[in-house]
Write a protein that binds this ligand. Structure first.
Ligand code: BG6
Length: 481
């Protein structure tokens, strides 16, 4: 192994950034797009109850502000944005498709040509600069009509609609897109069911049973997508996507260690199925204990078995911590759910703890478990930025976060031997925060002039981290200063 490889990353490593349609496109009803789940998720105090599926909001009203409606207007400004990504030297750009842009109602007989054309244009723009698109088929996004008519992923019919979507997009983009993710953070469905699966609960129903059934439908849909992709273009690579991060035990008490293992399993469970092709025994036992009877159709097990993913993609923001001792209960925020506060770690303004070594630990756990290539498709620091009059932000805090995480992933690759295909930082351009709906929680290398209330010119400007990341990519991760 040459010295350069030790310092940096293997040749062909895919550096880039990540976004999602629901958080950046805007133009929520333009180009014949139908209403999506995210379009009825307001900013403010009602956001969380809606995301949990506890508060029914099936239409927009005039009392709330809905950040997805305009977002950062990527729909009209994608050329300018992609040019900036190219200037940073991106090798890949992760984006998601808005399902309702392609099938406005989800169950339409024919796709919407204007929606398909939009993504053609976006992919062409990427390819023009040699940027490989990495596409999430669904990222917190379901056509609202399917929520209203069939209860979204609680219904098996969703598998057919998803299949129809996959047939269309794989055929249409087969020569433009090689890397696909079937569902963003598939485990999110268990924590934010409306966001993850368009689920709204009825009073008194067994919510867990509904969630696991919906998850089964997504797993079947994911396996079908993999099957279809391989038929249409065997060169396509299909990945699962996990909101990852290992749980640490609070202490060396065996009870804490056990609890951490259980929590990790809860997390891994769905990608265990996508990667290994079957429900793990601990999950089957858990269903038995809870009295949950999953409805499976004939052929499901075989389908899952024969259509496992090619690679494991994941988001990582921070490690997690758990304890069996109820007296240890000081919590802090994290990606979608809370975790115990780790006294060894600092946290972001939003309480997400900062743990670069946790990334190396998580990578090793995933690689040991699945023995498949990994792809880090989200990582970054959400922070408040203070731009000067030209929109320039001196964001050393963001650079520090990313530098330490890249070092940790470099160690995982070069010292531990983890096979990592690429790294896309989350929100490479500022976009709407999924959890809070704010613009103030910024991740980008590119500043977007817009505030939490939706005011601003939407002007783009380069932050200090823009120039830093450009250098990182140029040096293939060898120069992180
Ligand atoms: C992940 C999601 O959960 O975390 C993204 O896939 C999200 O959609 C990201 O934006 C960061 O979370 P937040 O809440 O800071 O936007």
């Amino acid at each position: 192994m040459s010295k350069d490889i030790i310092k940096g990353f293997p040749e062909g490593f895919l550096w880039g950034g990540a976004t999602a349609a629901n958080q950046c496109e805007g133009a929520y009803l333009e180009g014949n797009k139908g209403l999506s789940t995210i379009d009825v998720v307001p900013a403010g105090k009602d956001r969380f109850p809606v995301m949990l599926g506890k508060m029914k909001m099936l239409e927009c009203d005039n009392e709330h502000y809905y950040p997805s409606h305009e977002a950062i207007d990527f729909y009209h400004r994608y050329k300018e944005d992609i040019a900036l990504f190219a200037e940073m030297g991106f090798k890949t750009f992760r984006l998601s498709l808005s399902w309702a842009r392609i099938f406005p109602n989800g169950d339409d007989a024919q796709p919407n040509e204007e929606g398909l054309k939009f993504y053609d244009d976006v992919f062409d723009e990427c390819l023009k600069y040699g940027i490989e698109p990495l596409v999430t088929i669904t990222h917190f996004d379901v056509p609202m009509n399917l929520v209203k008519t069939i209860g979204s992923w609680r219904s098996r019919k969703m598998v057919d609609y998803y299949e129809r979507l996959c047939e269309v997009i794989f055929n249409r983009y087969k020569d433009k897109v090689k890397y696909w993710l079937t569902f963003n953070e598939i485990n999110m469905l268990l924590h934010l069911p409306f966001i993850g699966a368009g689920l709204v609960f009825e009073e008194g129903e067994n919510e867990e049973a509904v969630k696991y059934q919906a998850a089964h439908h997504q797993l079947v849909a994911s396996a079908k997508a993999t099957q279809i992709a391989r038929r249409i273009n065997p060169d396509m690579k299909i990945g699962c996507m996990l909101a990852a991060a290992n749980f640490y035990p609070y202490s060396c008490a065996p009870e804490d260690v056990w609890m951490a293992m259980e929590k990790d399993r809860e997390n891994y469970f769905l990608i265990d199925v996508q990667s290994r092709g079957e429900y793990p025994s601990y999950a089957k036992k858990m269903f038995e204990r809870k009295g949950i009877n999953l409805k499976m159709e004939e052929g499901d097990e075989e389908l899952l078995k024969n259509n496992t993913v090619d690679f494991i993609s994941f988001s990582y923001y921070s490690s997690r911590l758990t304890s069996a001792d109820p007296k240890i209960n000081l919590e802090t925020a994290g990606n979608a759910f809370k975790t115990l506060r780790n006294p060894h770690l600092k946290a972001s303004e939003w309480g997400w703890q900062i743990d670069p070594l946790g990334l190396r630990i998580t990578m090793n756990s995933l690689y040991d478990r699945y023995q498949k290539p990994l792809f880090i498709v989200e990582n970054g620091l959400g922070a408040t930025d203070s731009p000067d009059e030209n929109g320039y932000v001196e964001d050393d805090y963001r650079i520090d976060y990313l530098r330490e995480h890249i070092k940790a992933m470099r160690d995982a690759v070069n010292i531990d031997g983890v096979d990592l295909w690429g790294y896309t930082t989350w929100g490479c351009i500022d976009l709407v925060s999924a959890s809070t709906g704010e613009m103030k929680k910024r991740y980008g290398f590119i500043y977007v002039d817009k505030d939490n209330e939706g005011k601003g010119t939407l002007k783009r400007s380069k932050k200090k981290s823009f120039y830093w990341y450009k250098k990182v990519i140029e040096s293939n991760g060898a120069d992180l200063d």
